[in-house]
Design a protein around this ligand. Structure first.
Ligand code: F3S
Length: 753
């Protein structure tokens, strides 16, 4: 294992370190003395301190050293802005940025791409110049979707990747532990700090039998989602194994891993085998495959490894499924689907059928879909529904253009969109139905929550394999089951569609298409990062002020939030996505969704200095302008939802000092600490009820020390002052973050020294 093998063909100096990984594993094995699951092997082989690390599944927090970072263009903006302000000259882990989220589908690939390049010019210019400056690989708009590019070019078996996007686990199809994180985590890893993850539990899925006929890899995860539901994978890695793996392609396994995000799983994994080797060889990475074969015994679970939960699926009996509407875990087998449509009154006409996305746009998916379209064309039929195709990568687009599948889709009546997320992330200028009009669409994508694709809450979105999506588009109705229902050809004769077929890898090899990759230049000193001072979408970050060393006295309560306060309530998404790279502008959404306990309303709080009622961000800005530090009082599990760092950056930017709650969602709590705020919890949760929105509070910051409570003196509007104890989870290092003003300031200080 003591060889220098490159991770990929693009980066000269990124190597696969199986030697170190196997040494780490040997240390952990000698401590745990039990067989390990594959998921555990990848994580434990990346431990920062394999000797000292506590290891208990579902309990300990692991400190890990990921091999790579991947970021998509929406989340990369703030991550890179933060990295820049750390003052570190170059990323300390191989990193890449992928432009895929900002391209709106309107008329078709080439024109949509041109429009996006001009509309998003300042964002792309910023990302491309910052990537060049800080040694990050940059995939230009048109390259394809982050997870496809990672799979086709960057992933390697046994590696650990973090990505600032929920569907990062796609690379599990290539036996890599790939985990979706927030931007703040990406910044840590790029800055060379270890990354923390609660040691996941492991759910085993034993696949037996053989995929056949109309059943596709997608149906495995649609079935698993039905069993585990959208919450069932939380805190767990889902690991697949069993004799059934032989009938699934590497890209099919990636589809299964990709959609593990829909059950909340930390990530999903398939062991390394011939399918992965073949995919690596087909994508010009035979050297990676050969090296992985030498390390193969650690690229699967040990004999006798134990799982926290075990699921059995016989692929020979697995039916195609359709999941939805409105949630990906409402799984219905195709044989029962027509009945379910009637019983639930779902709109029967299929308006739009969409294939592609990061979940399902492999060569195999496109080939199988095209085989169905060709069958229809041979019978004189085309798609009755609107039919849209998003190729997952430029390489796939070029290869299916060369091999004919793309022309088949066009002949079939389809429109081929840009290599990008498009309608999957709501970048879809849909015009065939009005907002509010009930209608059905079926896609091979992964998420189908209300309004996700077209911002129409009345759209019933279903997810299925690309095979079913293509077949149903021919009939134009949700009642069509291609396994049993006949279609009428152009002469009125009935026929049954043939089951789909297609190669998993292109016989003539992949055609890489246009070169859309920008490697960092050799001389990076000469590069300057482009941010226009007049931009409303991008703003360089200024470091937050360090703590003044004093207790904070007489602080107003900006809002006493009641009930659920998720990261969406704290920093809304939707139209605000546009401002993800501009902290001051996006701060205008700060806490606008939180419910004020004083009036039961959102975004209406009393300015304690003027007595006027106003929007939350406006009041916060007024306090800040007057030099007044403020606090937020929150309820249980404050900050649940996502790892969005904006939810912590915004209150800090607007002058907040402390968020005091009954309890925190852990990731948000850490994010607040990183931004130099004080996340504190009532030692006695009943104290939440004693505090009134008009009270003033003193926070005795000088008491902050690991494991000791902090005192809050409350000055009620009417009545005598009293003291409340606040707990916290700060350790020594994190207290430095508070003192220096943020984790980044601390890093910058270290970088200077
Ligand atoms: Fe993009 Fe949709 Fe995948 S938004 S990254 S295609 S889940």
């Amino acid at each position: 294992l003591d060889k220098k093998v490159r991770q990929n063909n693009l980066e000269e100096n990124s190597f696969i370190n199986y030697k170190k990984m196997s040494e780490n594993l040997a240390i952990v094995r000698s401590r745990l003395n039990r067989p390990l699951t594959f998921a555990e092997k990848i994580l434990y082989s990346h431990l920062d301190d394999p000797h000292g690390q506590d290891i208990e599944r579902g309990v300990s927090y692991l400190k890990l050293r990921p091999d790579r970072v991947a970021m998509q263009d929406a989340t990369a903006q703030m991550a890179i802005l933060q990295f820049i302000s750390s003052g570190i000259p170059s990323v300390r882990a191989p990193s890449s940025v992928h432009c895929d989220h900002l391209i709106e589908a309107q008329v078709g690939g080439a024109q949509d791409l041109d429009r996006a390049v001009s509309v998003n010019k300042e964002v792309y210019d910023f990302l491309s110049s910052a990537c060049a400056k800080y040694n990050i690989g940059f995939w230009k708009p048109g390259s394809g979707i982050i997870h496809q590019t990672v799979l086709e070019w960057l992933a390697f078996p046994g590696g650990l990747l973090i990505g600032t996007d929920s569907h990062t686990p796609n690379a599990g199809g290539l036996s890599m532990a790939a985990i979706g994180v927030g931007g703040a985590d990406a910044v840590d890893v790029m800055a060379g700090l270890p990354w923390e993850l609660k040691a996941p539990k492991v759910i085993g899925v034993n696949l037996t039998g053989k995929l056949n006929g109309w059943t596709a890899p997608k149906d495995i995860i649609l079935k698993v989602a039905g069993i585990l539901t959208v919450k069932g994978g939380t805190g767990s890695i889902v690991e697949y194994f069993g004799s059934g793996l032989d009938s699934i392609s590497c890209t099919g396994m990636a589809t299964v891993c990709n959609m593990g995000a829909e059950i909340g799983a930390t990530t999903s994994l398939f062991p390394f085998g011939d399918r992965q080797y073949d995919f690596l060889a087909a994508t010009n990475r035979k050297h990676v495959g050969d090296f992985a074969r030498e390390y193969a015994k650690e690229l699967r679970a040990d004999e006798g490894a134990e799982y926290d939960q075990l699921i059995e699926i016989n692929l020979s009996e697995l039916e195609p499924h359709i999941n939805g509407p409105f949630t990906p875990d409402l799984a219905t087998p195709i044989s029962k689907f027509s009945e379910a449509v009637k019983a639930n009154g779902w709109p029967e006409e299929l308006k739009v059928a969409l294939i592609g996305s990061c979940t399902n746009s492999s060569y195999e998916d496109m080939s199988r879909g095209a085989s169905i379209a060709r069958d229809a064309l041979a019978h004189g039929l085309k798609a009755k529904s609107t039919f849209l195709v998003t190729p997952g990568s430029e390489q796939i687009r070029a290869t299916i253009a060369r091999d004919g599948q793309l022309q088949t889709f066009e002949e079939f009546g389809g429109v081929v969109l840009a290599n990008a997320c498009g309608p999957c992330i709501g970048q879809w200028d849909r015009r065939d139905v009005k907002k509010g009009e009930k209608n059905s669409i079926v896609s091979s994508y992964n998420r189908n929550f209300t309004g996700r694709n077209d911002a129409n809450p009345a759209t019933h979105a279903f997810v299925a394999s690309p095979d079913l999506v293509v077949a149903m588009s021919i009939a134009g109705t949700l009642h069509f089951n291609p396994l049993t229902d006949k279609l009428k050809d152009k002469d009125g004769n009935e026929f049954l569609l043939a089951p789909p077929s297609g190669d998993s890898l292109p016989a003539k090899g992949y055609d890489p298409g246009q070169n859309t990759y920008q490697a960092p230049p050799p001389n990076r000193d000469a590069v300057s990062v482009q941010v226009s001072p007049s931009s409303d979408r991008l703003q360089l970050l200024s470091p937050f002020n360090a703590w003044d060393g004093k207790d904070a006295l007489d602080c107003p309560i900006l809002i006493k939030a009641q009930g659920k306060t998720t990261t969406d309530h704290i920093s809304a998404a939707g139209a605000w996505l546009k401002y993800r790279g501009h902290l001051d502008n996006i701060s205008n959404n700060c806490l606008i969704g939180a419910i004020n306990s004083a009036n039961g309303e959102a975004n209406k709080v009393k300015n304690q200095t003027t007595g006027q009622w106003d929007a939350v961000p406006a009041v916060a800005r007024d306090y800040k302008a007057k030099g007044i530090k403020w606090v937020v009082i929150g309820d249980w599990n404050y900050g649940e939802g996502s790892s969005r760092e904006h939810a912590a950056l915004e209150p800090r930017h607007l002058g907040g000092l402390a968020i005091i709650t009954r309890s925190f969602a852990r990731i948000h709590e850490t994010n607040l600490k990183k931004q130099g705020m004080l996340p504190l919890t009532f030692s006695d949760p009943a104290d939440y009820d004693r505090i009134q929105p008009d009270d003033r509070v003193d926070i005795l910051c000088t008491e902050l020390a690991p494991g000791k409570p902090v005192t809050m003196r409350v000055h009620p509007k009417d009545g005598s002052p009293y003291e409340v104890k606040l707990s916290h989870t700060f350790n020594e290092g994190q207290i430095e973050w508070f003192k220096n003003g943020s984790a980044l300031n601390t890093m910058a200080k270290m970088a200077q020294n």
